[in-house]
Design a protein around this ligand. Structure first.
Ligand code: SF4
Length: 492
């Protein structure tokens, strides 16, 4: 079968991100990607720009917007931050009343323009653009099946697999998309756009967040509600597991492509990934994180002089811990906001020092004090040790670490780029061993029950409160074993 699909362009650049990844100063988990869609607004491109800007924390390697006016597609994708990729003139050239946009966080060695989204294709029914967030676990098997029957792939992105599945179907676009989505196993949020339609779909477990809003008569879709707020849109509801929405000239059509599985929204979205001003399933994330800190205090109180949070994601939880215990909350750690992406990869020696470029301990706050340090997770342990040592060097007499998630022991198959299981410190070491390794005076993790009750309000009738906790409890909500061919991490 001839190659039906031709994405454009080749990237030859190379980026290094000092903020994450195992080569970076910090061993924090990588965020996944962010998607943003508009249907029915004359200035879809500008809205997408601001929406993607609000989702920048979900991916800073590449950004793209594809706009349609009912006749043709206009699109641009580039490497870098949204503000670097798009300027005023470029946005003005993207005329149309509907759009899909994407910010991407690549896995290591995978940072190239060919994988930047939205991916745009031509096939026999016309133009097709796709933006996705997540990971398709059975992608290697699907890709091999398609290649065996003649498909030629241009990218390593999952997104191209669904494009091929749609392109090869004799059915109309909506039915072909439903068939294609039914073949996928994993965690994903999809925006698909043709000349006259847009499809919005969530995986059968609702692993990745996706929400809908209204701006006047227009519909808006985003990974997080913070992207709605910035354009003045009113959040309406989250997209349900297995749901498929079709938008066309007649408006919105609510449909499904499959039955919903066990609800399993990613708990790490609540703990760490999403912005604190976003809401998920009716729960504000800042408030949820405060409750995690409060619950942490009830589960593992320690007497101390100050509570501090590792910025930015753990500040809400630190406030909750302080409120529950009565120990004053203080800004014991300050983040330098201007150490983002860089092309310069530091030496190992500088990398060890590099934590001081990103974080400072406030000596006047912590000197001579017993400090409770709240953080959201421990991946390899190297970051925690560096931050504990920062506090000690600034004069803290004791450092007690409280983590507002259970021990992170298992890799993610649903869009989070996690290191190999052997590199996860909690997979092989006890809490006491980790405590010694990170040089803390004491260490506690939030229990799974504590986490579920702190998040609260999602779905009390579903197992685990409707959350995925697989990286903590090894109970994955989907099949993950595809004969050794399963795909992990993030592949949007
Ligand atoms: S395994 Fe962990 S990081 Fe991955 S979706 Fe589940 S809760 Fe989120």
């Amino acid at each position: 079968m001839p190659n039906e699909i031709m994405p454009e362009g080749l990237w030859t650049g190379d980026y290094y991100n000092e903020g994450s990844g195992k080569d970076g100063v910090f061993d924090k988990l990588k965020e996944e990607c962010g998607v943003f869609g508009v249907f029915g607004h004359h200035d879809a491109a500008s809205l997408s720009y601001y929406g993607l800007h609000a989702l920048q924390h979900r991916g800073e390697e590449s950004a793209g917007i594809c706009v349609a006016d009912g006749v043709q597609f206009r699109y641009h994708r580039g490497m870098g931050l949204v503000k670097e990729v798009f300027g005023r003139e470029l946005l003005e050239s993207l005329q149309g009343d509907r759009s899909i946009g994407h910010v991407r966080y690549s896995t290591s060695g995978d940072s190239q323009i060919t994988n930047a989204q939205p991916l745009v294709f031509k096939y026999r029914q016309g133009n097709l653009a796709i933006a996705t967030n997540g990971n398709i676990v059975n992608e290697p098997a699907l890709r091999r099946e398609l290649e065996d029957s003649g498909s030629i792939f241009q990218t390593t992105s999952d997104t191209e697999v669904i494009a091929h599945l749609i392109a090869r179907s004799p059915k109309n676009f909506v039915e072909a998309a439903k068939d294609a989505l039914q073949r996928l196993v994993g965690g994903f949020a999809f925006l698909l756009m043709t000349g006259d339609k847009m499809i919005v779909a969530s995986d059968p477990n609702g692993l990745r967040p996706l929400t809908m809003g209204r701006l006047g008569d227009a519909y808006v879709f985003a990974s997080e509600t913070c992207a709605m707020e910035v354009i003045g849109a009113e959040p309406v509801r989250d997209i349900a597991p297995g749901e498929l929405l079709v938008l066309d000239a007649d408006g919105l059509h609510e449909d499904r492509y499959t039955e919903a599985g066990r609800k399993a929204l990613c708990a790490m979205e609540y703990i760490y990934f999403s912005r604190p001003d976003s809401d998920m399933n009716g729960s504000n994330l800042h408030s949820a994180r405060k409750r995690m800190g409060s619950r942490m205090a009830l589960e593992s109180f320690v007497d101390a002089d100050v509570v501090t949070g590792v910025p930015d994601s753990s500040i809400s939880a630190a406030i909750g811990y302080a409120e529950q215990t009565g120990i004053p909350y203080e800004l014991g750690l300050i983040k330098n906001k201007y150490t983002g992406r860089t092309f310069i990869q530091p030496s190992q020696e500088l990398r060890e020092q590099g934590v001081k470029m990103k974080l400072s301990a406030v000596r006047r706050v912590v000197e001579g004090k017993r400090v409770v340090m709240i953080d959201d997770s421990i991946v390899r342990g190297t970051t925690s040790r560096r931050i504990v040592n920062l506090l000690r060097e600034a004069g803290a007499t004791e450092v007690h670490v409280r983590i507002t998630s259970p021990p992170f022991q298992n890799p993610c198959f649903y869009g989070i780029d996690t290191p190999d299981r052997r590199e996860l410190i909690a997979s092989s070491k006890s809490v006491d061993e980790i405590c010694r390794e990170i040089n803390a005076d004491s260490l506690s993790f939030l229990t799974p029950d504590g986490l579920i009750s702190a998040i609260g309000g999602y779905d009390e009738n579903s197992p685990k409160g409707g959350l995925c906790l697989a990286c903590f409890d090894n109970e994955y909500p989907t099949q993950i074993d595809f004969g050794g061919e399963e795909k992990m991490g993030c592949s949007c």
